[in-house]
Design a protein. Structure first.
Lengths: 103, 499
């Protein structure tokens, strides 16, 4: 569908890739824009047949209220917690200088 | 950095109408975290209150803490909110290492509670109604320490150290709608609103709500619009305001700062600002814009929360009296004047006073001790009076004075001992040997000693100069180190003069 307006533009894909910290080549951006576009298009088609009396479904199995009692369980030791950290210092994870700030 | 230009507050108010908004984060005092069974406890060695879920380790799955849901519903009800028939969690995606997952589990389009209203009482008793948009559940983030650089602050940091003990602690975020009409009382309303939220969560017992520990955190939104304008002005969001007093000061500062910019024909930048307690100013932080693109989507690892009508009814029935109703009831019961009562409120000691009275003390005595000696010590030490001594001990102390076992002077000394952690008032009386000497023979012996030093006193009394007894009473009190009942000593001296 080369002449139809694109549902998802290359700029949008680039923006999302930037937010997700994923480096994409121009070719990949083109490819993903087309793929994401067809996904959105398919969802739109489904939306056409979904009437207001069909409840929104975020899970395929209609479950709710799965809770845990407020009881303390096992924790990791400090060594275990840090065992996968590329760098640690003084019991804490060490990360490179932060450019952003708290959200 | 140059100091901000500020317009005088009155001038700012004459030209612009302030509009406020608050986001208050309340850490729930559950035993465990929101989505893991790691302990929710303040402090601790770094990264020792963490489970795989809190570190976002592969294969770990969050499970909702039932108690956190109950607390959130109770809080929602106490804020006058409707509880959603069905609510769900969402992922808020962002890259910052205060959470290990690169997202925070929060609620977005389906918060657990929405559309409430809170009655906020201002210092003079005026009631202001603050509309609540929503209260939603989320998880707290870990703590970062920025190391290196010139100042150790964010921009100069060479690296950061992360402690995830706080990551995953259950939070409720309470969001107001825009608040209009506070006018020149906007700063006062800001403080009173946060105090009200604190009182509500404390009365519910769902949070320790200690601002200095970050159990309760407030972001204050301020915007101005020219008088008569419809359209809302551009707002700023001031963070890092960690005391009631700071909330008030920060709002006042932002009103004056924004007014100066608008007055000079400038525009307000929509941004986060940081409050600096030491200088009493705010400084720019992150610009807020469309870049706040968190790409929320429903959390696939968690199921919706559908609270039953019975659960909501049960929690509603268990709600304590609202702080506003509590105040009205006590004021009627205690019979204090308006200003006497207001002093208690403003010292934030009503709950302590009520518990002291419930433990048996007379309201006037309870008020005298809390607002007197205890508050004096608290102010001298820069702490909250309520943290110094328990209402039960104050009540016990008052009972000791009422029964004549302690004079006021001795009672103050006993109080000192109780505050120093020496036990109950009774323990301190025994350990320090502070009880009033009620044995007349010991008192008479001391009186005779004093009279021996001042032999003319008895004659003076007989001549009608009763005030001469004062010198003897003083000497006796001194020799008995205050452990005598002055009234009884006076009686005995007068008897001696007659006898």
């Amino acid at each position: 569908m080369p002449d139809e307006p694109r549902v998802i533009t290359a700029e949008q894909v680039e923006h999302l890739a930037n937010l997700a910290r994923i480096a994409l080549t121009p070719a990949e951006i083109e490819h993903l824009a087309a793929e994401l576009g067809s996904i959105v298009e398919n969802v739109r088609k489904v939306s056409e047949v979904a009437t207001p009396d069909v409840p929104a479904t975020s899970h395929p199995i209609p479950l709710s209220n799965v809770f845990r009692p407020d009881e303390v369980g096992d924790v990791l030791t400090n060594e275990q917690a840090l065992s996968g950290a590329p760098e640690a210092y003084d019991g804490r994870f060490r990360v490179s200088a932060i450019l952003g700030e708290e959200q | 950095m140059a100091a901000d230009a500020l317009l005088p507050f009155d001038e700012a108010l004459a030209k612009y109408e302030p509009v406020l908004g608050f986001e208050v984060h309340v850490e729930l005092s559950t035993k465990t975290k929101m989505f893991s069974s790691a302990p929710n406890a303040f402090g601790g060695a770094p990264n020792t209150h963490v489970a795989p879920v809190d570190l976002g380790l592969p294969g770990s799955l969050p499970v909702v803490n039932e108690q956190a849901v109950r607390y959130s519903i109770s809080l929602g009800l106490a804020l006058g909110c409707s509880i959603a028939e069905s609510s769900r969690f969402a992922r808020k995606n962002y890259f910052y290492p205060d959470l290990a997952k690169n997202y925070q589990i929060s609620q977005y389009d389906e918060p657990i509670a929405h559309d409430g209203e809170v009655e906020v009482e201002l210092d003079d008793g005026t009631v202001f109604r603050v509309p609540i948009e929503r209260a939603h559940m989320e998880e707290d983030a870990g703590k970062l320490t920025h190391v290196g650089g010139a100042t150790g602050r964010i921009h100069g940091a060479e690296y950061s150290l992360v402690d995830y003990n706080r990551a995953g602690v259950p939070l409720v975020e309470i969001v107001t709608r825009p608040i209009f009409g506070a006018e020149d009382r906007a700063p006062e309303l800001a403080r009173a609103y946060v105090a009200t939220i604190r009182d509500i969560v404390r009365s519910l017992g769902v949070s320790d709500a200690r601002m200095e520990r970050g159990n309760l955190r407030c972001d204050a939104n301020v915007s101005l619009r020219p008088r008569g304008a419809e359209k809302l002005g551009i707002r700023t969001e001031t963070k890092n305001v960690n005391s009631l007093r700071s909330v008030e000061r920060a709002v006042r500062y932002e009103i004056q700062r924004q007014a100066a910019i608008l007055d000079a024909g400038g525009t307000i930048i929509q941004e986060t600002r940081h409050w600096h307690e030491d200088s009493g100013t705010t400084s720019p932080g992150r610009p807020k814009s469309d870049a706040d693109d968190y790409r929320y989507f429903p959390e696939p690892d968690l199921l919706p929360i559908v609270p039953s009508k019975q659960l909501i009814a049960e929690l509603r029935a268990a709600l304590p009296e609202s702080p506003a109703a509590f105040r009205r009831r006590l004021q009627a019961e205690y019979g204090f004047t308006e200003s006497e009562f207001r002093d208690i409120i403003n010292a934030n000691l009503l709950v302590e006073l009520e518990q002291t009275v419930a433990a048996g003390a007379a309201p006037a005595q309870a008020r005298k001790w809390w607002l007197g000696e205890i508050l004096r010590i608290a102010n001298a030490r820069g702490v909250e009076a309520g943290t110094l001594v328990s209402p039960f001990h104050v009540s016990e102390l008052i009972a000791l004075v009422e029964s004549g076992r302690l004079t006021d002077r001795l009672a103050r000394e006993v109080l000192e001992g109780v505050i120093a952690g020496e036990g109950s008032p009774d323990d301190v009386v025994k350990a320090r040997g502070l009880a009033v000497v009620s044995d007349d023979s010991a008192l008479l012996a001391a009186i005779d000693d004093a009279l021996a030093a001042q032999p003319d006193v008895l004659d003076k009394i007989r001549d009608g100069k009763v005030q001469a007894a004062g010198a003897v009473i003083g000497a006796v009190m001194k020799s008995m180190k205050g452990r005598a009942d002055a009234a009884r000593v006076r009686e005995l001296v007068l008897e001696r003069a007659q006898g």
